[in-house]
Design a protein around this ligand. Structure first.
Ligand code: KG4
Ligand code: ZN
Length: 345
């Protein structure tokens, strides 16, 4: 029986609401707070929460309107329960629980990372979960954003195991922090991507941390430090535009090589035929290109999230919530609390 789910996502700096029915995205409204946080050089948690408070109701109303769905037609209300910024999570979770309570419908708390596992399978045409997505299980999924870097083995639906993650900075954080050293505005990832296009990735040699370690973990803080020392010793470089492009391309090459090689190695070791990727850093053109090249070489199927669904959105929260409803997971009580440090098992 088709279910209609309203989903809310407020774990970081995107306020988003979506309506999902029968695997189809009826609406997915996202407002980004990037401009607000840019002047501070990073997300300010208290400001993020206040902005969610201001934006959530209009965003949710707009999602319902675009979907042509009335509140009374909802079968369930879902929200990101964690991980994320505590006060930001509170806004979405408590709003979803209040709506569920008022409508006497179930509330579903969703793990943000588990939802990311679904975003590569949301097709742009028709905006629906790919009908055959379960044929591509098991797969290895790379989740790379400003806050997280995870490699996950998806064994079967709703059944996964985290293979590895970053032991310090996330990949997106590395883009943002090295970009800041180069003088780029926050978030530096997209601008590094643009400048790198005109640069030589072999111009400067930066470390590939943990590349040859026999594990699925990542580390990016050493790379950031090495860029810091390199710029201390070569300050004049930043006045030459071509050198800046070379620098961006070289840093980007170091990050993407580690991500791609470790993902391929995990897929081969686990005898996996399919690789997926999502999270803001998956917008990076070099990463997309290198993943495509490596998967082609190794005979693997690759599913990259659409760029608009790489970054945080409520559509993926709603899709996962509906899947959970369909398999009738035990539903949490309405007084469930946020889980800011919720680690995907
Ligand atoms: O998933 P996301 O929107 O938010 C969270 O961090 O949860 O990811 C944002 C991150 C930022 O670090 C941003 O710099 C990075 O994704 N990013 C990129 C690109 N687009 C976004 N990094 C490299 N190249 C890009 N094209
Ligand atoms: Zn995310």
């Amino acid at each position: 029986m088709p279910m209609t789910v309203l989903a809310l996502e407020t774990s970081c700096d995107e306020t988003s609401a979506a309506v999902v029915r029968d695997g189809k995205i009826l609406s997915n409204v996202v407002t980004s707070q990037i401009a607000l946080h840019a002047e501070y050089g990073g997300v300010v948690p208290e400001l993020a929460a206040r902005e969610h408070l201001k934006n959530l109701l209009p965003v949710a109303q707009s999602a319902l309107r675009q979907a042509g769905v009335a509140g009374t037609q909802l079968d369930a209300v879902a929200a990101t329960q964690g991980p994320g910024l505590p006060n930001a999570l509170l806004v979405g979770l408590k709003a979803a629980q209040a709506v569920a309570f008022a409508l006497n419908r179930p509330f579903i708390g969703i793990n943000h990372h588990e939802a990311h596992l679904y975003s590569p399978w949301i097709e742009s045409v028709g905006g629906a979960l790919a009908a055959d997505f379960s044929k591509f299980l098991p797969n290895v999924s790379l989740i790379v954003s400003g806050g997280h870097t995870l490699l996950v083995l998806v064994k079967s639906e709703l059944n996964h195991r985290v293979l590895g993650g970053t032991i310090d900075d996330a990949a997106g954080e590395c883009f943002d922090k090295t970009g800041k050293l180069i003088g780029l505005p926050y978030p530096a990832g997209p601008e590094m991507d643009r400048l790198a296009e005109q640069g030589n990735p072999a111009a400067f040699a930066f470390p590939r941390p943990l590349l040859n370690e026999a594990n699925d973990d990542f580390s990016f803080s050493g790379l950031k430090t090495s860029v810091r020392y390199f710029l201390r010793d070569h300050p004049a470089l930043l006045t030459d535009r071509q050198k800046v492009c070379d620098l961006c391309a070289s840093v980007q090459a170091a990050i993407t090589e580690v991500l791609v090689k470790k993902t391929m190695r995990a897929a081969q070791r686990e005898h996996i035929r399919c690789v997926t990727a999502s999270g803001g850093v998956t917008c990076n053109r070099a990463l997309r290109h290198e993943l495509e090249r490596a998967c082609q070489k190794n005979g693997l199927t690759l599913r990259l999230a659409e760029k608009s669904l790489c970054t945080d959105n409520a559509a993926m929260i709603g899709i996962l919530a509906e899947r959970k409803l369909l398999v009738q997971i035990p539903l949490p009580s309405l007084d469930e609390e946020i889980k800011p440090g919720w680690v995907l098992a």
